[in-house]
Design a protein around this ligand. Structure first.
Ligand SMILES: [Zn+2]
Ligand SMILES: [Zn+2]
Length: 613
C-alpha cells in the first residue's frame, strides 16, 4: 500500500484549510461519508490528531503534495501556532459565518482552542449552532451547514476586540502590521499561543491560577476563552507601552501570600519569560523585566534567587559586576573600587549590605569598553610607533605621548596612553614625507629609530630635535615603508642644525683635548660621559670618535679647571693640589670614571674672596 490510489476526483488542500475539513471534503468528493470513513478505508487511525508519520502516508495515498498537506497538518513543533497539535479544539470547530460566505471550507485557525476571532472579519467565532444548540462538528458534510442542516452563514456573530483580532492574526503566523509589544523582525512567534497562555496564568488578576502547576486550563466556550484572555490580549492592541505597565503591576503585586520571598514571588514568572520563551519576539518583555528587577529595590537578590540574576542579565540590559568584569577583562575588585570612587555608575540593590548587588547597564559597560579600547600601555604604543625602547623614552620626554590621568579614568584600562592621539600623530608624520619612493643612499639621512643618545651627549638638544619633529618644524624626508615612525628618515643637515652646532667651528678630538688640558684621555672621556663637556660622535668616521667643538671646550674651561692643569702649572702633584683644596674647604668634583678631578672656577674665586674678609 505504498502507491497512490486512483481517486475519481482530485482534491487539493487549500493553504489555510483545516486538516479535518480537507479530509471531509476529499471524502465527500470521492463518494465517502466522512473523514473517518476515508481514514478507516486507508487503514489509518480515524483520530482527529493525525500523527506526523501518518501525514506522510496520507500524502502518498491521496496523491497530494506532502508539503501542502504538512502545511495544514498538526504538529508538535509548529511553524505557526494555529498548527499546534496540543491545542486542537477537539469537540468541534468555531467558525466565522462571513468567511463561510466568502468560501465554504473550514479554516485551520478554527480548530485552535485559543482562537476566538476571525482575523479577516474581526468577528467572534461561533462555536454552537443557533438552531440545534449543538457544537459545530468537525465532520459535518458541508462546511457551511451544521449537522442539523442549519446554514451557518446566516448565523449572527459579534464584533471581537482589537486584541483578539491581532492575536488571531498572530496565531495564523501573520503580522498585523501595527506596533505590537513584540519584536516582529523575525515574524510572528510560533509559540505566541503558549506565551499568551503563560501570561494569562501569571497575570496579577489571576491569583488562583498562579499557584497551580501546568498550563492554564482553557474553557470550552469561545466567549469564556475570550473573557479569560482579554486582559492579556488587550495589551496586543496597546503597543510597546503596554509591557511596562503590565510588568510594573505584576512586580508591585503583593499577592501570593505575604510569607513568600521574591524568589517565590517572581521566580516562576521570570522562568516563563527567560527560560521557556526565548524567541526574539519577546525581547522587549525580557528587557523590561530586567530593568524592573534592577530598579526595584524591593527585590532582594541573593544566592537563592540566582535565577533572577540570570534573568536580569539574560536580557543583556544589565550586568552583574562579575559579568561586567569578565567582559572587560578586569578583576571584579577593580570594578568595585571604581564604583566606590564614583567613576563607574551602577544600580545598587538592597539596603541590606549582605544582599547588596550592583548592576551595570549595557550602556555603562559599553562606555567602559570604549575607555579601555581607547587607552594602550607603553609596550603597545612602542609597537605602534615601531621604535626601540631608547627612542620611545625620548619621545615620551619630548611630549609625543598624550596620557590620561589614571585617577580620572574608571579602572578598566591597562595603559594610559591615548590611542587615537598617537595614531593620528603617526599618520600625520607619515603623510608629511614627500610622497613616492625614497632612497636613503641619495642624501645623508638617519632613520628616526637610530636617533638616540648614541649620537650625542647633548640630551637637551636631542629632545629639542624630537620636539621639532613633533611640532612639524623638522619634517621627515622619506620613509622605508615599515609601519609606525621608526623608518622615517631625517636629513643629516636637519639633525646637525639641532644637535651639532655650526660646522665652521673647529672640532677637536679627545687626544687634542687631553694634551691641551694636560689631562689623561680617560679623564676627558669621563667629562664627556658625565655631560660636563659637550661632544658629538662622528658616526661617519671610523670608530665613531667623539668630537668636541672648540667653543664647547672654551666654555668648559671657563667653568672648570682640571686639577691636572693646576698641578702642571704649579709643579705640585694632582693629589697634593687635591689635599690643599680639601684643607681650604674648596669642593672638587670627581667624574664617575674616577679620573680627571675638576674644581669649579667659582669655588676658587669664592675661596679667595672669603679669605680677604
Ligand atoms: Zn471571517
Ligand atoms: Zn445545528
Amino acid at each position: 500500500m505504498s502507491t497512490a490510489l486512483n481517486w475519481p476526483q482530485k482534491v487539493f488542500p487549500l493553504p489555510d484549510e483545516s486538516l479535518p475539513g480537507f479530509l471531509n471534503r476529499f471524502a465527500r468528493e470521492n463518494g465517502m461519508a466522512s473523514r473517518r470513513q476515508l481514514l478507516s478505508s486507508l487503514d489509518l487511525p480515524a483520530a482527529l490528531h493525525v500523527r506526523t508519520s501518518d501525514v506522510e502516508k496520507l500524502a502518498l495515498l491521496l496523491a497530494v503534495d506532502l508539503d501542502a498537506l504538512m502545511a495544514i497538518s498538526w504538529s508538535d513543533q509548529p511553524k505557526k501556532a494555529a498548527q499546534r497539535r496540543s491545542m486542537i479544539r477537539a469537540k468541534g470547530e468555531a467558525v466565522c459565518p462571513e468567511c463561510l460566505k466568502d468560501a465554504p471550507y473550514s479554516r485551520q485557525l478554527w480548530s485552535h482552542r485559543m482562537a476566538t476571532c476571525c482575523p479577516d472579519h474581526g468577528l467572534r467565532l461561533i462555536d454552537r449552532c443557533d438552531i440545534c444548540m449543538s457544537l459545530i462538528s468537525h465532520d459535518r458534510w458541508h462546511a457551511q451547514y451544521c449537522m442539523c442542516g442549519a446554514d451557518l452563514r446566516l448565523q449572527v456573530s459579534n464584533k471581537a476586540s482589537d486584541g483578539e483580532r491581532i492575536f488571531s492574526s498572530l496565531l495564523t503566523g501573520q503580522s498585523p502590521g501595527i506596533d505590537l509589544p513584540l519584536d516582529m523582525d523575525h515574524g510572528a512567534p510560533a509559540d505566541i499561543d503558549l506565551f499568551v497562555l503563560g501570561l494569562a496564568k501569571h497575570a496579577a488578576h489571576n491569583k488562583e491560577a498562579r499557584g497551580r502547576t501546568g498550563l492554564l486550563a482553557l474553557p470550552n466556550r469561545v466567549s469564556e476563552t475570550g473573557d479569560l484572555l482579554s486582559p492579556i490580549l488587550i495589551m496586543l492592541s496597546q503597543g510597546h507601552s503596554a509591557i511596562e505597565a503590565y510588568m510594573s503591576a505584576l512586580l508591585s503585586d503583593p499577592a501570593d501570600g505575604s510569607s513568600s520571598g521574591p524568589a517565590k514571588r517572581f521566580g516562576r514568572w521570570y522562568r516563563l519569560l527567560f527560560r521557556t520563551f526565548k524567541a526574539p519576539a519577546y525581547e522587549p518583555w525580557r528587557t523590561c523585566a530586567a530593568h524592573l528587577i534592577a530598579a526595584n529595590a524591593e527585590v532582594l537578590l541573593n544566592a537563592r534567587t540566582r535565577s533572577l540574576q540570570a534573568a536580569a542579565s539574560a536580557s543583556r540590559g544589565w550586568f552583574s559586576v562579575a559579568e561586567a568584569a569578565r567582559m572587560l577583562k578586569v578583576s571584579a575588585e577593580r570594578l568595585h573600587a571604581g564604583i566606590d570612587q564614583g567613576l563607574i555608575s551602577v544600580q545598587e540593590q538592597g539596603a541590606n549590605s549582605t544582599y547588596r548587588q550592583r548592576f551595570l547597564s549595557r550602556e555603562e559597560v559599553e562606555r567602559l569598553q570604549q575607555i579601555r579600547d581607547l587607552h594602550i600601555e607603553d609596550t603597545a604604543a612602542k609597537q605602534l610607533l615601531n621604535v626601540p625602547k631608547s627612542v620611545f623614552r625620548l619621545m615620551g620626554e619630548a611630549g609625543w605621548l598624550v596620557r590620561s590621568e589614571p585617577d580620572q579614568l574608571p579602572p578598566v584600562f591597562s595603559g594610559t596612553i591615548q590611542r587615537v592621539a598617537l595614531e593620528s600623530l603617526i599618520a600625520r608624520l607619515q603623510q608629511s614625507c614627500t610622497p613616492g619612493p625614497f632612497d636613503p643612499e641619495d642624501s645623508p639621512c638617519v632613520p628616526l629609530r637610530d636617533l638616540t643618545l648614541r649620537r650625542t651627549v647633548e640630551r637637551q638638544r636631542l629632545l629639542a630635535l624630537y620636539r621639532a619633529i613633533l611640532d612639524g618644524t623638522v619634517k621627515p624626508v622619506g620613509h622605508d615603508g615599515s609601519h609606525g615612525v621608526g623608518g622615517l628618515f631625517l636629513s643629516q643637515s636637519d639633525i646637525d642644525k639641532h644637535i651639532n652646532r655650526s660646522t665652521d667651528v673647529p672640532v677637536l678630538n679627545v687626544e687634542q683635548v687631553s694634551s691641551l688640558t694636560g689631562s689623561h684621555v680617560d679623564a676627558v672621556k669621563g667629562w664627556i660621559k658625565d655631560g660636563l663637556l659637550p661632544a658629538t660622535k662622528a658616526l661617519d668616521l671610523h670608530g665613531s670618535p667623539w668630537q668636541v667643538h672648540i667653543t664647547d671646550l672654551v666654555s668648559f674651561l671657563m667653568r672648570y679647571t682640571p686639577l691636572a692643569t693646576l698641578a702642571a702649572d704649579s709643579g705640585w702633584t694632582s693629589r697634593g693640589i687635591s689635599a690643599a683644596l680639601s684643607k681650604a674647604n674648596i669642593p672638587t668634583h670627581r667624574p664617575s670614571s674616577g679620573r680627571g678631578d675638576l674644581v669649579r672656577q667659582t669655588a676658587l674665586i669664592r675661596a679667595v674672596l672669603s679669605q680677604r674678609d
